[in-house]
Design a protein around this ligand. Structure first.
Ligand code: NAD
Length: 427
């Protein structure tokens, strides 16, 4: 089977996250002038493990779930990446997400390669006790490849700090002593970092504000739409609201709401805590269709939910002049070209949502040293890294005359390839 990203694209035109990731890689490799051998090496995961996760349900029946862990690249250090619980999880999606993690870690210069994990099930249909059993069994199946110096999971869609606590406990009990550095995004009582829970959203908003300044838009006159109201979208909406941006539309998987005068985000948070969804909030109108949010008349669009939501079929209707990717892979390559031709500035995921893995790295450093930083310290160090990455990507985009995504991907891939070449090929 060919692993060549460009031939994989030609074979079948249906977009998938893996094809999108490979197309982005192929484009960057072309700009860098690397040969096929290097391209195949960068396109292919170093290790993939699929495990059965038998679950005893609360009613006594047994259900067999399937989980994956993909370690894409370890040239620069242990692999690092989230764990996703969602019915859409499959091996190709995990491969794509693992590849994006490699580029993200390289772009913001943290000493990790990329990984990702997932179990194909909908956690909302299971009790907390069942989710705990799923998590512990999955962790124990993956014991041989996880570890603070080998592969370090973190929360992603459908998982949270409690899931990380169960992973850390299962791993530690099996090793015979407490190993907080095996996961990040833990509760602070177990060695989680202050500022980790909001770090991805904080980073998204830092680059969103930088992009607004770059485009000469004034905060008080700016309107925004945020897709997704989970770990990333919720705080992104809140931080934009606090910065003075009018957040005019917000969605979750159940629907979209809009208020052209601006949504009171803290009031919406209370509504969501009580009802479980943004839908039906008294301070806004429900939009007829959930995806109407993507084409709302706003300046800034922050997709912070799932992959592939801005595609060839709707990109022409996007009215925002800036898209800041809170989610991984929300824009397909075809949509990217359409948005670029329309003059829309797309701040790519590997830059925009890197705040989470940056503070995960801080958490790992703190856990390994058993020395904890203040929240102010974490936030200042996060800001320094995000600002630096934004400036670097912007100046590379200018000097190479390429998009921000191409600039970010080229910078990241160059960093990984340089490390790979310096280490040399074993044997
Ligand atoms: P989450 O499970 O906490 O929240 C997901 C949100 O998206 C929920 O509000 C859900 O209702 C909503 N949603 C799902 N499908 C939707 C749809 N089609 N339209 C509108 N809303 C929809 O997940 P999260 O951790 O916030 O992750 C969101 C995205 O951000 C993912 O792509 C993830 O990989 C990425 N990301 C997360 C982190 C992190 O630290 N959690 C870091 C970097 C990137």
């Amino acid at each position: 089977m060919s692993t060549n990203p460009s031939s994989a694209l030609v074979a079948d035109a249906t977009p998938t996250p893996l094809k999108d990731a490979r197309a982005q890689l192929a484009e960057a490799v072309k700009i860098l002038g690397y040969d096929d051998g290097m391209c195949d090496m960068l396109a292919t995961p170093r290790r993939e493990v699929t495990v059965s996760v038998p679950l005893r349900r609360d009613d006594g029946s047994v259900e067999l779930l399937v989980g994956h862990r993909v370690q894409h690249n370890m040239s620069r250090g242990p692999s690092k990446g989230g764990l996703r619980y969602s019915p859409t999880v499959d091996l190709d999606e995990v491969r794509a997400l693992a590849m994006w993690m490699t580029w993200k870690c390289a772009l913001v210069d943290i000493p990790y390669g990329g990984a990702k994990g997932g179990i194909a099930f909908d956690p909302r249909q299971y009790s907390r006790a069942e989710i705990q059993r799923v998590t512990r069994r999955y962790t124990s199946e993956l014991m041989p490849i996880l570890g603070p110096t080998t592969d370090i999971p973190a929360p992603d869609i459908g998982t949270d700090s409690q899931v990380m606590a169960w992973m850390m406990d299962t791993y530690s009990v099996n090793k015979g002593f407490t190993i907080p550095g095996v996961v990040t995004g833990k509760p602070t009582q177990l060695g989680g970092s202050l500022g980790r829970a909001s770090a991805t959203s904080r980073g998204v908003v830092l680059v969103a504000l930088a992009a607004l300044r770059h485009r000469g838009l004034e905060l008080e006159r700016t309107t925004a739409a945020v897709q997704g109201f989970g770990k990333v979208g919720r705080d992104a909406a809140l931080f934009l609201w606090r910065a003075g941006v009018k957040v005019a539309a917000i969605s979750d998987q159940y629907g979209s709401i809009q208020n052209s005068f601006g949504i009171d985000v803290p009031a919406l948070e209370r509504h969501v805590d009580e009802s479980g969804s943004v839908v039906g909030f008294s301070g806004a109108d429900d939009l007829p269709h959930r995806d109407d949010l993507l084409v709302a008349d706003v300046d800034l669009l922050v997709p912070a939910a799932v992959e592939g939501v801005i595609h060839a079929g709707n990109a022409e209707s996007v009215r925002a002049s800036i898209v800041v990717e809170g989610a991984n892979g929300p824009t397909t390559p075809e949509a990217d070209r359409i948005l670029e031709d329309a003059g829309c500035l797309v701040v790519p995921d590997i830059l925009a949502n890197a705040g989470g893995v940056i503070v995960s790295y801080f958490e790992w450093v703190q856990a390994n040293q058993a020395y904890w930083w203040s929240e102010l310290d974490v936030e200042a160090r996060l800001k320094e890294r995000m600002d630096h990455a934004w400036e670097r990507v912007l100046s590379t985009a200018k000097s190479r005359d390429v998009s921000l995504r191409q600039a970010a991907t080229v910078l990241a891939i160059e960093t990984v390839a340089t490390a790979h070449l310096a280490r040399g090929l074993y044997p």
